[in-house]
Design a protein around this ligand. Structure first.
Ligand SMILES: Cc1cc2nc3c(=O)[nH]c(=O)nc-3n(C[C@H](O)[C@H](O)[C@H](O)COP(=O)(O)OP(=O)(O)OC[C@H]3O[C@@H](n4cnc5c(N)ncnc54)[C@H](O)[C@@H]3O)c2cc1C
Length: 422
């Protein structure tokens, strides 16, 4: 897949989006430098789901053996009602996803997934030039005196000059501001508790044992709130994301430490299985304010472009934020990999054209799910539940569309697909 093009790209931000972009660019023979503000590269202690649209890209980057070592595979996606836990709808995952979408639906610990991608960026035996990683490198300025050679300036005054600069620096992107991007950041009014519950506690209690007997991705719907959970690391932890109306404190501080008691108390009157599960959380329960961005068709200016949450941060109500960033990475690498240094600007424009509308639809569908998930019991809730019984997808977005992903046009497309043996 590597081409003879050799120019330099700086990626600002070493999250899942930035690192996937660095790896995909490396595979195209492009020299990449990643600047990350944190003292160490890594991810928060939480789970992540990759639907087939994202799995296909990761597997296409040659990560199959590493991902097989760290993934957990859910057999179904189950939607339950808050009051009695009755099943509203069930979508087959597991083998069904591999057969239908030629890529799996997998769960991971975020730190494991991030490490696999990072290691592949710096593996001396991997294809393309090694990715250069700088930590403690907070970008504070862009110097665009030479528009063809943007310079990222870090807080210690160091200068990183390259042919193209990609801002993958998350929802509060500095690169976006410095590039002159529109203010599209919005507060949703909601927050998410995140917790990892030890799997052995879940397995030991007959009231929660069902969670380890069959791995599933579960969403409980209730008035004003919903709950998502799934196993990671083969049952070592139950990952929980619980979305509820936001408190003023969390809205102001973005992230606030919490506790198992607060988590369980946030679901009063729910089916007994819910408090039985949530009360087993130990340390490391946190609350995150849920901000998002409005869809925005302009992700670039000259030789500077954005990727991931920096351009299309979305509510986690379809579990697609990082997955969309991975789609960005694949398309960006296709476009930049096909040009020489003179073609960078039109290549970035094609990248944005191919991705902005698609990601905007996912952003909007995720936003719509805030209402769709949280109907009070009544006619709208019944209509929703009836729809979900017959529709593979959520709000108006079908899984057929979402999980097929942005079409890739590379002649080596075979490398981005993945046949599973039976
Ligand atoms: C509760 C919750 C659950 C979610 N679940 C899923 C899921 O199951 N599946 C899924 O696909 N998505 C999920 N998401 C969304 C996903 O987490 C994000 O969309 C994704 O992590 C964004 O990746 P990113 O690389 O664009 O940004 P980030 O992960 O935010 O990375 C940005 C990086 O840039 C660095 N940085 C910031 N500013 C600077 C600077 N000035 N200089 C240098 N470095 C800088 C940061 O330190 C960080 O490392 C979820 C989100 C939430 C909140």
């Amino acid at each position: 897949m590597a081409s003879s093009q050799s120019f330099e790209v700086t990626v600002v931000g070493g999250g899942l989006g930035g690192m996937t972009a660095a790896l995909a660019l490396r595979h195209r023979g492009i020299r990449v430098t990643v600047l990350e503000q944190a003292p160490e590269l890594g991810e928060v202690g939480a789970g992540i789901q990759t639907a087939p649209n994202a799995s296909r890209i990761l597997l296409g980057l040659g990560l199959r053996p590493q991902l097989e070592a760290i993934h957990t595979e859910p057999q179904d996606q189950v939607r339950r009602r808050w009051k009695d836990g009755s099943v509203v709808a069930l979508t087959r995952l597991g083998r069904h996803c591999k057969d239908k979408y030629n890529a799996p639906y997998w769960h991971y610990h975020r730190a494991d997934l991030h490490r696999v991608i990072m290691d592949a960026c710096t593996d001396p035996d991997g294809p393309g030039p090694l990715v250069e990683l700088h930590t403690d490198a907070k970008v504070v300025e862009l110097d665009r005196t030479d528009p063809l050679r943007p310079v990222a300036v870090t807080s210690d005054g160091a200068r990183f000059e390259s042919d193209a600069l990609i801002g993958a620096d998350g929802i509060r992107s500095r690169v976006r501001d410095l590039m002159g991007g529109r203010d599209t950041l919005r507060f949703s009014g909601e927050m998410a508790f995140r917790a990892l519950i030890p799997g052995d506690l879940i397995a030991a209690d007959p009231a929660t044992r069902w969670l380890v007997d069959r791995f599933q991705s579960t969403i409980w719907y209730g008035p004003d709130r919903h709950l998502v959970h799934y196993m990671i690391r083969g049952g070592e932890y139950l990952n929980v994301v619980a979305c509820v109306p936001c408190t003023d404190e969390v809205a102001q501080r973005w992230v606030v430490p919490s506790s198992a008691e607060e988590l369980a108390e946030a679901f009063p009157g729910w089916d007994d299985r819910v408090p039985a599960m949530l009360s087993k959380a130990k340390e490391d329960v946190s609350c995150f304010a849920l901000y998002h961005r409005l869809p925005d068709p302009v992700w670039m200016d000259g030789n500077v472009a954005l990727l991931g949450d920096a351009c299309h941060a979305m509510l986690p109500y379809q579990a697609q934020g990082a997955s969309q960033a991975m789609e960005d990475a694949a398309v960006l690498a296709e476009e930049l990999g096909a040009v020489t240094v003179d073609g960078i600007r039109p290549a970035l424009r094609r990248y944005v054209d191919r991705r902005a509308k698609h990601a905007g639809m996912v952003q909007q569908a995720s936003f719509k799910n805030m209402t769709f998930y949280h109907f009070p019991d009544g006619p709208e809730q019944r209509e929703r539940d009836a729809k979900l019984e017959h529709f593979d997808g959520e709000s108006d977005v079908s899984y057929e569309w979402l999980w097929s992903g942005t079409p890739l046009n590379d002649p080596d497309m075979g490398a981005f697909s993945y046949q599973f043996s039976r």
